[in-house]
Design a protein around this ligand. Structure first.
Ligand code: NAP
Length: 307
Protein backbone atom coordinates (compact mmCIF):
# COMPACT_ATOMS: atom_id res chain seq x y z
CA UNK A 1 0.00 0.00 0.00
CA UNK A 2 1.20 3.52 -0.76
CA UNK A 3 2.66 5.26 2.28
CA UNK A 4 0.71 8.29 3.43
CA UNK A 5 3.01 10.79 5.10
CA UNK A 6 1.80 13.15 7.80
CA UNK A 7 3.45 15.99 5.91
CA UNK A 8 5.23 16.74 2.66
CA UNK A 9 7.33 19.92 2.64
CA UNK A 10 7.97 21.41 -0.78
CA UNK A 11 11.08 23.58 -0.94
CA UNK A 12 14.32 23.84 1.01
CA UNK A 13 14.87 27.55 1.39
CA UNK A 14 14.86 29.04 4.90
CA UNK A 15 11.09 28.48 5.27
CA UNK A 16 11.31 24.84 4.19
CA UNK A 17 14.36 24.15 6.36
CA UNK A 18 12.67 25.67 9.39
CA UNK A 19 9.50 23.66 8.69
CA UNK A 20 11.59 20.48 8.41
CA UNK A 21 13.29 21.17 11.76
CA UNK A 22 9.96 21.80 13.48
CA UNK A 23 8.31 18.80 11.80
CA UNK A 24 11.00 16.33 12.79
CA UNK A 25 11.00 17.64 16.36
CA UNK A 26 7.21 17.26 16.42
CA UNK A 27 7.61 13.62 15.42
CA UNK A 28 5.73 14.00 12.13
CA UNK A 29 6.36 11.40 9.44
CA UNK A 30 7.70 13.90 6.92
CA UNK A 31 8.92 13.84 3.34
CA UNK A 32 10.90 16.88 2.21
CA UNK A 33 11.39 17.66 -1.48
CA UNK A 34 13.52 20.24 -3.28
CA UNK A 35 14.70 20.47 -6.86
CA UNK A 36 18.23 21.72 -6.12
CA UNK A 37 21.37 20.07 -4.76
CA UNK A 38 22.07 22.74 -2.15
CA UNK A 39 19.41 23.70 0.38
CA UNK A 40 19.04 27.41 1.08
CA UNK A 41 16.88 28.83 -1.70
CA UNK A 42 17.60 32.40 -2.71
CA UNK A 43 20.04 33.10 0.14
CA UNK A 44 22.73 30.92 -1.43
CA UNK A 45 23.10 33.76 -3.95
CA UNK A 46 23.46 36.41 -1.26
CA UNK A 47 26.95 37.69 -0.55
CA UNK A 48 26.20 38.74 2.99
CA UNK A 49 23.12 38.34 5.21
CA UNK A 50 23.53 41.21 7.60
CA UNK A 51 20.18 41.23 9.39
CA UNK A 52 19.68 37.70 10.66
CA UNK A 53 20.00 37.95 14.45
CA UNK A 54 23.13 36.39 15.88
CA UNK A 55 24.87 35.92 12.52
CA UNK A 56 26.28 39.34 11.57
CA UNK A 57 28.09 39.39 8.26
CA UNK A 58 27.55 35.72 7.50
CA UNK A 59 27.44 34.83 3.80
CA UNK A 60 24.14 33.50 2.47
CA UNK A 61 25.81 30.21 1.57
CA UNK A 62 27.24 29.79 5.07
CA UNK A 63 23.88 30.53 6.66
CA UNK A 64 22.13 28.09 4.32
CA UNK A 65 24.70 25.38 5.08
CA UNK A 66 24.37 25.94 8.82
CA UNK A 67 20.58 25.70 8.61
CA UNK A 68 20.65 22.56 6.44
CA UNK A 69 23.23 20.95 8.74
CA UNK A 70 20.92 21.65 11.68
CA UNK A 71 18.08 19.79 9.95
CA UNK A 72 20.37 16.94 8.99
CA UNK A 73 21.60 16.61 12.56
CA UNK A 74 17.98 16.10 13.59
CA UNK A 75 17.64 13.37 10.98
CA UNK A 76 15.95 15.04 8.02
CA UNK A 77 17.33 16.09 4.62
CA UNK A 78 15.64 17.11 1.36
CA UNK A 79 15.09 14.51 -1.35
CA UNK A 80 16.17 15.99 -4.68
CA UNK A 81 13.11 15.84 -6.92
CA UNK A 82 11.36 18.47 -8.99
CA UNK A 83 7.67 18.78 -8.14
CA UNK A 84 5.38 18.67 -11.18
CA UNK A 85 1.93 18.89 -9.58
CA UNK A 86 0.06 19.04 -6.29
CA UNK A 87 -3.57 18.07 -5.91
CA UNK A 88 -6.02 16.66 -3.38
CA UNK A 89 -7.95 13.44 -3.79
CA UNK A 90 -11.61 14.45 -4.07
CA UNK A 91 -12.92 11.67 -1.79
CA UNK A 92 -10.26 11.36 0.92
CA UNK A 93 -8.67 14.82 0.85
CA UNK A 94 -5.25 13.13 0.75
CA UNK A 95 -2.72 15.34 -0.99
CA UNK A 96 -0.96 13.89 -4.02
CA UNK A 97 2.44 15.31 -4.97
CA UNK A 98 3.86 14.22 -8.31
CA UNK A 99 7.48 14.59 -9.34
CA UNK A 100 9.08 13.43 -12.58
CA UNK A 101 9.95 10.11 -10.97
CA UNK A 102 7.39 9.48 -8.24
CA UNK A 103 3.97 10.06 -6.79
CA UNK A 104 3.73 10.76 -3.05
CA UNK A 105 0.75 11.05 -0.71
CA UNK A 106 0.33 12.97 2.53
CA UNK A 107 -2.30 14.24 4.93
CA UNK A 108 -0.84 17.75 4.76
CA UNK A 109 1.50 19.80 2.58
CA UNK A 110 3.62 22.87 3.33
CA UNK A 111 4.27 24.98 0.25
CA UNK A 112 7.67 26.61 0.71
CA UNK A 113 8.64 26.85 -2.95
CA UNK A 114 9.90 30.42 -2.66
CA UNK A 115 10.35 32.78 -5.53
CA UNK A 116 12.61 33.32 -8.52
CA UNK A 117 14.09 36.41 -10.13
CA UNK A 118 11.94 38.53 -12.42
CA UNK A 119 13.17 39.22 -15.95
CA UNK A 120 13.20 42.54 -17.81
CA UNK A 121 12.01 41.05 -21.10
CA UNK A 122 14.05 43.40 -23.27
CA UNK A 123 15.92 42.54 -26.47
CA UNK A 124 19.28 40.91 -25.74
CA UNK A 125 18.37 39.73 -22.24
CA UNK A 126 17.70 36.08 -22.98
CA UNK A 127 20.09 35.97 -25.95
CA UNK A 128 23.02 37.14 -23.79
CA UNK A 129 22.12 35.25 -20.59
CA UNK A 130 25.35 33.73 -19.31
CA UNK A 131 27.30 35.91 -21.76
CA UNK A 132 27.31 38.99 -19.59
CA UNK A 133 23.68 38.99 -18.47
CA UNK A 134 23.34 37.60 -14.95
CA UNK A 135 20.83 37.50 -12.10
CA UNK A 136 23.38 36.67 -9.42
CA UNK A 137 26.22 39.06 -8.64
CA UNK A 138 27.76 36.83 -5.99
CA UNK A 139 27.83 33.91 -8.45
CA UNK A 140 29.16 35.75 -11.51
CA UNK A 141 30.65 39.02 -10.24
CA UNK A 142 34.21 37.68 -10.14
CA UNK A 143 34.19 37.35 -13.97
CA UNK A 144 34.00 41.14 -14.19
CA UNK A 145 37.12 42.10 -12.27
CA UNK A 146 38.27 45.58 -13.35
CA UNK A 147 35.47 45.75 -15.94
CA UNK A 148 32.33 47.88 -16.17
CA UNK A 149 28.93 46.56 -15.10
CA UNK A 150 25.35 47.74 -15.00
CA UNK A 151 23.01 46.81 -12.17
CA UNK A 152 19.30 47.21 -12.87
CA UNK A 153 16.86 47.78 -10.00
CA UNK A 154 16.48 49.78 -6.83
CA UNK A 155 15.63 47.21 -4.14
CA UNK A 156 17.80 45.52 -1.53
CA UNK A 157 19.15 42.96 -3.96
CA UNK A 158 20.14 45.55 -6.59
CA UNK A 159 21.88 47.73 -4.02
CA UNK A 160 23.67 44.81 -2.36
CA UNK A 161 24.76 43.61 -5.80
CA UNK A 162 26.05 47.06 -6.74
CA UNK A 163 28.05 47.39 -3.50
CA UNK A 164 29.47 43.90 -4.01
CA UNK A 165 30.39 44.61 -7.64
CA UNK A 166 31.90 48.01 -6.78
CA UNK A 167 34.63 46.15 -4.86
CA UNK A 168 35.50 44.09 -7.94
CA UNK A 169 34.70 46.26 -10.94
CA UNK A 170 36.27 49.41 -12.28
CA UNK A 171 32.88 51.06 -12.67
CA UNK A 172 29.28 50.20 -11.80
CA UNK A 173 26.18 51.92 -13.15
CA UNK A 174 22.93 51.48 -11.27
CA UNK A 175 19.92 51.97 -13.53
CA UNK A 176 16.70 52.58 -11.61
CA UNK A 177 13.31 53.50 -13.01
CA UNK A 178 12.59 56.12 -10.31
CA UNK A 179 14.53 58.89 -8.55
CA UNK A 180 14.52 57.11 -5.20
CA UNK A 181 15.71 53.68 -4.14
CA UNK A 182 13.47 51.13 -2.47
CA UNK A 183 16.42 49.54 -0.62
CA UNK A 184 16.96 49.84 3.15
CA UNK A 185 18.68 53.05 4.32
CA UNK A 186 21.83 51.32 5.58
CA UNK A 187 22.34 49.71 2.17
CA UNK A 188 21.77 53.02 0.40
CA UNK A 189 24.46 54.63 2.57
CA UNK A 190 26.91 51.89 1.61
CA UNK A 191 26.05 52.36 -2.05
CA UNK A 192 26.43 56.13 -2.07
CA UNK A 193 29.82 55.77 -0.34
CA UNK A 194 31.18 53.81 -3.34
CA UNK A 195 33.17 56.22 -5.52
CA UNK A 196 33.00 54.05 -8.64
CA UNK A 197 29.19 53.80 -8.67
CA UNK A 198 27.17 56.09 -10.91
CA UNK A 199 23.40 56.31 -10.51
CA UNK A 200 21.30 56.47 -13.67
CA UNK A 201 18.02 57.68 -12.21
CA UNK A 202 14.55 57.65 -13.77
CA UNK A 203 15.72 55.25 -16.42
CA UNK A 204 14.70 51.95 -17.92
CA UNK A 205 16.64 49.49 -20.01
CA UNK A 206 15.60 49.42 -23.67
CA UNK A 207 18.00 46.76 -24.89
CA UNK A 208 21.15 44.88 -24.04
CA UNK A 209 23.67 44.89 -26.87
CA UNK A 210 26.38 42.47 -27.91
CA UNK A 211 26.83 39.43 -30.08
CA UNK A 212 28.90 36.90 -28.16
CA UNK A 213 29.26 39.04 -25.05
CA UNK A 214 27.50 42.08 -23.62
CA UNK A 215 29.06 45.29 -24.94
CA UNK A 216 26.51 47.95 -23.99
CA UNK A 217 23.16 48.71 -22.41
CA UNK A 218 20.72 51.13 -23.99
CA UNK A 219 18.66 53.10 -21.48
CA UNK A 220 15.92 55.70 -21.73
CA UNK A 221 15.19 58.45 -19.24
CA UNK A 222 11.46 58.15 -18.52
CA UNK A 223 11.14 61.86 -17.68
CA UNK A 224 13.10 63.46 -20.54
CA UNK A 225 12.68 60.65 -23.08
CA UNK A 226 16.40 60.86 -23.85
CA UNK A 227 18.27 57.67 -24.58
CA UNK A 228 21.89 56.87 -23.83
CA UNK A 229 24.20 53.93 -24.33
CA UNK A 230 26.21 52.69 -21.38
CA UNK A 231 29.24 50.72 -22.48
CA UNK A 232 29.47 47.71 -20.20
CA UNK A 233 30.77 44.14 -20.02
CA UNK A 234 28.10 42.80 -17.69
CA UNK A 235 24.48 43.43 -16.70
CA UNK A 236 23.12 42.27 -13.37
CA UNK A 237 19.35 42.28 -13.31
CA UNK A 238 17.78 42.61 -9.86
CA UNK A 239 14.24 43.80 -10.45
CA UNK A 240 12.45 41.71 -7.88
CA UNK A 241 11.04 38.26 -7.58
CA UNK A 242 8.07 36.25 -8.78
CA UNK A 243 6.63 33.45 -6.66
CA UNK A 244 7.09 29.87 -7.81
CA UNK A 245 3.36 29.18 -7.96
CA UNK A 246 2.70 28.26 -11.59
CA UNK A 247 2.01 24.65 -10.65
CA UNK A 248 -0.36 25.72 -7.87
CA UNK A 249 -2.80 27.61 -10.12
CA UNK A 250 -6.27 26.20 -9.55
CA UNK A 251 -5.15 24.28 -6.44
CA UNK A 252 -4.87 27.12 -3.91
CA UNK A 253 -6.05 30.72 -4.18
CA UNK A 254 -3.37 33.13 -5.41
CA UNK A 255 -3.40 36.94 -5.30
CA UNK A 256 -3.09 39.11 -8.42
CA UNK A 257 0.73 38.84 -8.27
CA UNK A 258 0.69 35.06 -8.01
CA UNK A 259 1.44 34.78 -4.26
CA UNK A 260 -0.43 32.14 -2.24
CA UNK A 261 -3.05 33.88 -0.14
CA UNK A 262 -2.21 32.93 3.45
CA UNK A 263 -1.75 34.72 6.76
CA UNK A 264 0.76 34.18 9.54
CA UNK A 265 -0.53 30.68 10.29
CA UNK A 266 0.04 29.71 6.66
CA UNK A 267 -3.54 28.55 6.15
CA UNK A 268 -4.43 28.48 2.44
CA UNK A 269 -7.73 28.01 0.63
CA UNK A 270 -7.08 24.23 0.39
CA UNK A 271 -7.68 22.26 3.61
CA UNK A 272 -4.47 20.74 4.97
CA UNK A 273 -2.27 22.85 2.69
CA UNK A 274 -0.12 25.55 4.27
CA UNK A 275 2.20 28.20 2.82
CA UNK A 276 5.46 29.48 4.28
CA UNK A 277 8.12 31.97 3.22
CA UNK A 278 8.36 34.15 0.11
CA UNK A 279 5.58 32.22 -1.62
CA UNK A 280 2.82 33.64 0.58
CA UNK A 281 1.16 37.04 0.78
CA UNK A 282 3.08 39.06 3.38
CA UNK A 283 4.56 42.47 4.03
CA UNK A 284 8.21 41.56 4.54
CA UNK A 285 10.12 38.87 2.66
CA UNK A 286 13.27 38.18 4.65
CA UNK A 287 15.10 35.15 6.02
CA UNK A 288 13.87 36.00 9.49
CA UNK A 289 10.23 36.04 8.42
CA UNK A 290 10.64 32.92 6.27
CA UNK A 291 11.95 30.83 9.15
CA UNK A 292 9.14 31.98 11.43
CA UNK A 293 6.67 31.05 8.68
CA UNK A 294 8.11 27.54 8.60
CA UNK A 295 7.56 27.15 12.33
CA UNK A 296 4.03 28.57 12.18
CA UNK A 297 3.09 26.32 9.28
CA UNK A 298 4.13 23.20 11.22
CA UNK A 299 2.09 24.39 14.22
CA UNK A 300 -0.88 24.69 11.85
CA UNK A 301 -0.18 21.20 10.46
CA UNK A 302 -0.24 19.77 13.99
CA UNK A 303 -3.51 21.52 14.73
CA UNK A 304 -4.99 20.20 11.48
CA UNK A 305 -3.85 16.62 12.16
CA UNK A 306 -5.27 16.59 15.67
CA UNK A 307 -8.64 18.04 14.71
P1 NAP B 1 12.16 44.39 -4.61
O1 NAP B 1 12.38 44.86 -3.23
O2 NAP B 1 10.81 44.06 -5.08
O3 NAP B 1 12.79 45.48 -5.59
C1 NAP B 1 12.71 45.36 -6.97
C2 NAP B 1 13.29 46.60 -7.60
O4 NAP B 1 13.26 46.45 -9.01
C3 NAP B 1 12.49 47.86 -7.26
O5 NAP B 1 13.37 48.92 -7.06
C4 NAP B 1 11.63 48.06 -8.49
O6 NAP B 1 11.38 49.41 -8.77
C5 NAP B 1 12.49 47.50 -9.59
N1 NAP B 1 11.72 46.92 -10.68
C6 NAP B 1 10.70 46.03 -10.60
N2 NAP B 1 10.27 45.69 -11.82
C7 NAP B 1 11.01 46.39 -12.69
C8 NAP B 1 11.05 46.48 -14.10
N3 NAP B 1 10.25 45.75 -14.87
N4 NAP B 1 11.95 47.32 -14.66
C9 NAP B 1 12.79 48.03 -13.90
N5 NAP B 1 12.83 48.00 -12.57
C10 NAP B 1 11.94 47.19 -11.97
O7 NAP B 1 13.03 43.07 -4.95
P2 NAP B 1 14.48 42.55 -4.48
O8 NAP B 1 15.44 43.65 -4.28
O9 NAP B 1 14.80 41.45 -5.41
O10 NAP B 1 14.16 41.90 -3.07
C11 NAP B 1 13.24 40.82 -2.99
C12 NAP B 1 12.80 40.64 -1.56
O11 NAP B 1 13.88 40.15 -0.77
C13 NAP B 1 12.37 41.95 -0.93
O12 NAP B 1 11.28 41.69 -0.09
C14 NAP B 1 13.58 42.37 -0.15
O13 NAP B 1 13.31 43.22 0.93
C15 NAP B 1 14.14 41.04 0.30
N6 NAP B 1 15.59 41.14 0.55
C16 NAP B 1 16.02 41.64 1.73
C17 NAP B 1 17.38 41.78 1.97
C18 NAP B 1 17.85 42.33 3.27
O14 NAP B 1 17.06 42.58 4.15
N7 NAP B 1 19.15 42.53 3.47
C19 NAP B 1 18.29 41.43 1.01
C20 NAP B 1 17.84 40.95 -0.19
C21 NAP B 1 16.49 40.83 -0.42
P3 NAP B 1 10.42 50.31 -7.84
O15 NAP B 1 11.23 50.60 -6.62
O16 NAP B 1 10.13 51.48 -8.69
O17 NAP B 1 9.22 49.46 -7.58
Amino acid sequence: MTEIYDLIILGAGPAGISAAIYAVRAGLNTLWLDKTFAAGGQIVNTYEVDNYPGMPGMSGMELAEAMAAHAEKLGIAPVRENVRSVEADGDTGVKIVRTKKNEYRAKTVILALGAAHRTLDVPGESELAGMGVSYCATCDGAFFKDRTCVVVGGGNVAVEDAVFLARICKKVYVVHRRDRLRADGILQERLFACENVEMIWDSVVLAIEGTEQVTAVQVRNVKSGETQTLEADGVFIAVGIVPNTKLLEGFVRLDENGYVIAGEEGITSAPGVFAAGDIRTKALRQVVTAVSDGANAVASVQKYLSR
